[in-house]
Design a protein around this ligand. Structure first.
Ligand code: 5GP
Ligand code: MN
Length: 321
């Protein structure tokens, strides 16, 4: 862990009157689970209501306590005594929450991205944690974790480990998840309803993207894309595309899966996954992104062809070494 000095997180929470929390833009399950887990833990144990800023939350997550109080749209707010950013590998990934963070008196970053260089007054970063929710859980007092908090943390761990199957899953991941189960978490329900269940339109976009995928480098790379036009046609948002790249990754013989999601005209949010050899975080970092060895992302501009060319050139370097 980069900074072991996490005990003062709880001192800071104790002292602060105004606490703000946020995560990265286009948040995933780990980001939302970690943020809401911390909001609930602070409410339960310190009697304080932290403001949580998140840009969008999937409907299937709205059973989590505190989701109803999420603030969207990043409105102006008085400065915070304490601002905590979770699951956010660098300050550029916060959408607009960076403005609260920069204005705050004291800041923490709690994150598990190995590419995170640190940017807060106190950085609690552990690249070995499978999820930010796992890291957060490990610095909480287990006796003080309520069922509401446990639901959030469990959801976060489930999502970043792909239901305990990705290579980031370790003994501590399972042990903490076991502790959360003992709080009364309904694991089957969380796994089915928030991870596996897809709406009809999510399945349609999954099917379409798989159908349009192409193989590169003798079938070692699989790539596909979802253009703005297609997103508009199906009326989908970012969270509707969760899981597509993971399905691409489990294609037989594949080392790297690439999914391009168009976020503005000719601007692509890139999702990268690998199986055994390629460190995709190194590829993402080349293009000012980041992430983990087996799952990373970045943003690139140009045509699909240009973007795939740039990415495969970097991936190829690692495959021939
Ligand atoms: P996903 O493909 O699911 O969006 O992201 C995979 C992993 O890479 C996640 O842990 C995510 O936080 C990280 N990641 C994705 N895009 C970026 C980026 O632009 N910058 C950084 N630092 N990390 C990213
Ligand atoms: Mn995460």
């Amino acid at each position: 862990m980069k900074n072991m000095n996490y005990s003062n997180l709880w001192d800071a929470v104790e002292k602060a009157e105004r606490i703000g929390i946020s995560g990265h833009a286009r948040p995933d399950g780990d980001c939302i689970g970690s943020c809401l887990g911390l909001v609930n833990y602070i409410a339960d144990n310190y009697g304080k209501k932290a403001d949580l800023y998140i840009d969008e939350i999937p409907a299937s997550f709205t059973f989590l306590k505190g989701s109803e109080d999420i603030i969207s749209g990043y409105p102006d707010a008085p400065k915070y005594d304490l601002f905590i950013l979770l699951d956010c590998g660098d300050l550029e990934r916060t959408a607009d929450a960076a403005k609260y963070f920069k204005a705050a008196d004291y800041t923490f970053c709690i994150d598990h991205h190995a590419t995170n260089k640190g940017y807060a007054d106190v950085d609690i970063i552990d690249g070995d944690s499978a999820a930010t929710a796992e890291l957060l859980c490990s610095i909480m007092d287990a006796d003080k974790i309520s069922l509401d908090t446990a639901n959030c943390l469990y959801l976060g761990i489930v999502h970043d480990t792909g239901v305990f199957k990705h290579s980031n899953t370790r003994r501590q991941t399972m042990e903490l998840a076991g502790m959360l189960l003992e709080k009364g978490v309904n694991a089957g329900n969380i796994i089915d309803k928030t991870f596996y269940e897809k709406t009809y339109v999510q399945n349609q976009i999954l099917g379409r993207t798989l159908m349009e995928s192409i193989l590169l480098m003798d079938g070692k790379i699989i790539a596909s894309y979802v253009s703005l036009d297609v997103q508009k046609l199906y009326g989908i948002s970012n969270s509707d595309m969760e899981g597509i790249v993971d399905q691409l990754r489990v294609t037989k013989g594949i080392e790297v899966a690439i999914l391009l999601k168009e976020v503005n005209k000719r601007e692509w949010k890139v999702s990268l996954r690998s199986n055994n050899i390629v460190d995709v975080s190194l590829v993402a970092v080349k293009f000012a992104g980041g992430g983990h060895v087996r799952a990373a992302g970045c943003t690139l501009h140009g045509s699909v062809y240009d973007v795939l060319n740039s990415l495969t050139r970097e991936i190829e370097k690692q495959m021939v070494e």
